[in-house]
Design a protein. Structure first.
Length: 262
């Protein structure tokens, strides 16, 4: 008896679908692995048992890759050694006595640079514009051609009130982002000291001709705020620290700030 012919059918649609699944699975793994170039290996919070092996998870940390920084600022390897990183161990303590419990600051929560007031140790150079390669964020006094449009509120010279109702200082200038054409900071001269601090524009407000109010710091905290090394420029690291300081005030400026709404 003659056998029936055997025909091999190839379902191209099914093969294409399986190939897509394999590609997408590989893509997800690759993206997850690339996302571990910063922040890994993790550090164990088990103080009673020293960490013997780095916590990398799956997939592991990728091989180091060198990235060229713009404007001739050198290069950086990631993942790589970061000797400037601080040991935050003494600055935090577990809220509850079990592994994985939330960590709370042990000192001045706005000054320690951890938790809600944390900031990244970015390069200590100013961000610069792409065209002239000049510092991007500068005060209006150092930005020829930049000014407050007629009809917009002029807050320079107004007092700055803190959340405790006290006058913290006086607005002496505004800092503009020349690339994004936005105001970024309010420069305040602290009462009684002549010290000048930058407050991010997002945490201050004013109405009409009224005073300027800072929403996330007391007068004493504004006086103790970090300052820039140069009077007319701010570095990337200083930007992060200033933003972390006043952003952390949302939670740590007063005891009531860390409590739930009534």
């Amino acid at each position: 008896m003659q056998a029936a012919p055997v025909t091999v059918f190839q379902d191209l649609a099914a093969l294409s679908l399986y190939a897509f699944f394999a590609f997408f699975f590989g893509l997800v793994l690759w993206l997850h692995r690339e996302g571990k170039r910063e922040g890994y290996p993790l550090i164990s919070d088990r103080v009673d048992r020293p960490l013997h092996a780095p916590i990398e998870g799956f997939p592991g940390v990728p091989e180091p890759k060198t990235f060229m920084l713009p404007h001739g600022h050198g290069s950086v390897s990631a993942p790589g050694p970061h000797p400037a990183e601080r040991d935050v161990g003494p600055l935090l303590t577990p809220y509850d006595p079990f592994p994985g419990a939330p960590q709370v600051p042990t000192g001045d929560a706005m000054q320690t640079g951890v938790g809600a007031a944390s900031y990244a140790l970015r390069v200590d150079t100013p961000d610069i514009t792409w065209d002239e390669a000049d510092p991007k964020i500068v005060p209006l006094r150092a930005a020829p051609g930049w000014h407050i449009p007629e009809g917009d509120p002029e807050i320079r010279g107004r007092p700055v009130f803190a959340i405790d109702g006290k006058v913290a200082g006086t607005v002496v200038d505004l800092w503009v982002d020349k690339s994004d054409v936005l105001l970024r900071y309010v420069e305040v001269e602290v009462v009684g000291s002549g010290k000048r601090v930058l407050i991010p524009l997002g945490v201050v407000h004013w109405w009409g001709e009224g005073p300027v109010k800072c929403d996330t710091a007391t007068a004493a905290q504004i006086a103790a705020a970090p300052v820039t090394a140069h009077p007319e420029r701010v570095t990337l690291r200083e930007e992060d620290r200033i933003s972390g300081y006043f952003g952390g005030g949302e939670l740590h400026s007063t005891p009531e700030a860390s409590e739930p709404f009534a």
